[in-house]
Design a protein around this ligand. Structure first.
Ligand code: CP
Length: 307
């Protein structure tokens, strides 16, 4: 086994193509493990991991915890809402107090972009970014790319469109970095107000017409509108957004080829996709969630090998 080129997982930007391939090959092995009757291996038996979440999460938090348990690590879970952060404790003090209880690795979600990078400079433990504000969500991008590889055989040469709130999406940014490293062609699609002004620097195609984008792609990753990160109105109403950028069964069935539908969750049914699309045989949304556990097992296992 060759080692990853990084001690922390802060962003896809820091991974090499070889790192990503190594993570995928390790994921293949762990996927076989979690489909066995005995789903557990002793790989991280002497490791303690703290899951520190300063923002809400369903999929990522449970997926990391399950990955840790499948690897036999000891885990502790911290939710900021029920912690002493509300009494004024700083991020570094909070994490250093947790680390003093002999914790080896920290998985952190935080609303501020750069929080994980900042923490990595100030504490003596390995950090895995579980989503930092509008910046990156590396394990989501890895599980998304892995799911495309699983469905289509390879990511190279595939046409992927990411639709919706690109401006506020850490999933979009991490996906762009990951898919491009793996040789995919990437397009973003959404209203002008939800496409970042610096998009040209990312070397992606930009399309404002949903039908044209869907006719071009092999895979459509439909993002949620992140109302909680929007301090001003970026479009007149959710109904109008849905009419222009929502995907329903009629549009899906009118396309010239059978495309794959992805969504990182949580879904707002009836806004970015209808229930019929989310639950259709073209959707791999639940396969993404399933693959998330094996991807996170691979990331934690490979990072722990770095020490
Ligand atoms: N995809 C994702 O990050 O979902 P959660 O917010 O539920 O973790």
């Amino acid at each position: 086994m060759s080692k990853l080129s990084t001690r922390h997982l802060i962003g896809i930007k820091d991974l090499t193509v070889e790192d990503i391939q190594q993570i995928f090959e390790t994921t293949d092995n762990f996927k076989a493990v979690i489909n066995r009757p005995i789903k557990k291996v002793p790989s991280l038996r002497d490791i303690t991991i703290a899951n520190i979440f300063f923002e809400n999460s369903t999929r990522t938090r449970i997926s990391f915890e399950l990955a840790e348990k499948r690897l036999s690590a000891d885990t502790i879970n911290f939710a900021s809402s029920s912690s002493s952060v509300s009494k004024g404790e700083t991020l570094i003090d909070t994490v250093n107090n947790i680390l003093s209880m002999k914790v080896d690795m920290v998985v952190m979600r935080h609303p501020s972009p750069g929080a994980c990078k900042f923490l990595a400079k100030h504490i003596n433990a390995q950090i895995v970014n579980a989503g930092d504000g509008t910046h990156e969500h590396p394990t989501q991008a890895l599980l998304d790319a892995y799911s495309i590889r699983e469905k289509h055989g390879d990511v190279r040469g595939k046409k992927i469109v990411i639709v919706g709130d690109i401006l506020h999406s850490r999933v979009a940014l991490s996906n762009i970095f990951c898919l491009q490293k793996l040789g995919a062609k990437v397009m973003v699609c959404g209203p002008t107000t939800l496409i970042p002004k610096h998009i040209n620097e990312l070397d992606v195609l930009v399309e404002h017409n949903l039908r044209k984008a869907l006719e071009w792609c092999d895979v459509a990753n439909m993002l949620r509108i992140q109302l909680e990160r929007q301090d001003i109105k970026y479009f007149p109403s959710l109904r109008e957004y849905s009419m222009l950028y929502g995907l329903d069964r009629a549009m899906l069935h009118s396309l010239p080829k059978k495309i794959t539908i992805m969504h990182p969750g949580p879904i707002n049914r009836g806004v970015e996709i209808t229930s019929e699309v989310a639950d259709s045989d073209q959707s791999i949304i639940l396969q993404q969630v399933e693959n998330g556990v094996a991807i996170r097992m691979a990331v934690l296992y490979l990072l722990a090998a770095q020490g």
